[in-house]
Design a protein around this ligand. Structure first.
Ligand code: HPA
Length: 278
């Protein structure tokens, strides 16, 4: 009997395969604001998470909860419309199950997006930050437990999690479309409470540019599997203590929705460029 987490993953994979015959090249995790990104895709199939046996189903308002399979300008993609967060109460291996599943489906690259709080004083609400590196130390590591040998090695190297070529592709799209793009370090905290001002000051001293409640554990799991990874964060608000306003989920969603048109261009055009690099 192999690892129960791997058994569960394989079961989900078989379930998806029985319902949808599709091999994606690129997996895209759609964060806040990118809920309508699928409008850019010739949709082949839609699969709600609750139709996949054993799959963790997201409970966050504003997150839909389905896979979309299709073609973005001829590039085969799987989109995650709604992700699973650790703060929802799932085991960390369930939080990264969707990522692993998309890797098993055949996706060679993983494009991560999210909304974050800006810590770097140059950032403003609505800014975009390409993730150059991350700090995972405030979230549980999804590889804890017996190593799943079928997926990857026990001690994966983390020197180049965010692929340099994919970063170049995103940079060139931002340049071509005249979209301001910062580059920085993203840290994942567990949430669901936003950070305190003292925590934000601490993170700033540690070199964190933007903070959120997702993404890093997904990047760790995808890196373990050997996927090429890139990520863009939409800075939805100034982090706690950096603005006089209290933080609300609604404010985050509103800012992410406002940034959506540019965010969509950045991700859509980058996906097309990345297809030629994997
Ligand atoms: N903190 C954590 N997560 C977030 C924030 C924030 O300020 N904004 C959007 N997601």
């Amino acid at each position: 009997m192999s690892d129960p987490r791997y058994e569960k993953l394989k079961k989900c994979y078989e379930c998806v395969k029985a319902k949808v015959d599709f091999k994606p090249d690129i997996a895209v995790v759609l964060g806040s604001g990118l809920g309508n990104f699928a409008d850019n895709v010739d949709v082949t199939a839609t699969l709600p998470y609750n139709e996949i046996e054993g799959f963790p189903v997201s409970t966050v308002p504003g997150h839909k909860g389905q896979f979309i399979f299709g073609y973005l300008d001829g590039v085969s993609v799987v989109l995650m419309q709604g992700r699973v967060h650790y703060y929802e109460g799932y085991d960390i291996s369930d939080v990264v199950l969707p990522t692993r599943l998309m890797g098993m489906m055949g996706a060679k690259a993983l494009f991560l997006t999210n909304a974050s709080g800006g810590i770097n004083p140059d950032y403003h609400a609505g800014a975009f930050m390409m993730i150059k590196d991350h700090i995972s130390s405030f979230a549980p590591n999804p590889l804890i437990g017996p190593n799943i040998e079928e997926l990857g090695t026990r001690f994966p190297d983390m020197s180049h999690v965010y692929d340099e070529d994919l970063q170049d592709a995103i940079r060139s799209v931002a340049y071509d479309y005249d979209i301001e793009l910062f580059e920085g370090v993203y840290a994942q905290l567990t949430g669901p409470s936003f950070e305190s001002p003292a925590e934000i000051r601490m993170l700033g001293k540690l070199g964190v540019d933007a903070v959120g409640m997702s993404t890093v554990v997904e990047a760790i799991a995808a890196n373990h599997m050997g996927m090429k990874i890139c990520g863009i964060s939409c800075v939805a608000n100034l982090a706690a203590g950096l603005s006089p306003n209290p933080l609300t989920h609604e404010e985050v969603q509103e800012a992410a929705n406002q940034a959506a048109p540019k965010f969509t261009i950045l991700v859509r055009e980058s996906v097309k460029k990345i297809a030629g690099l994997i």
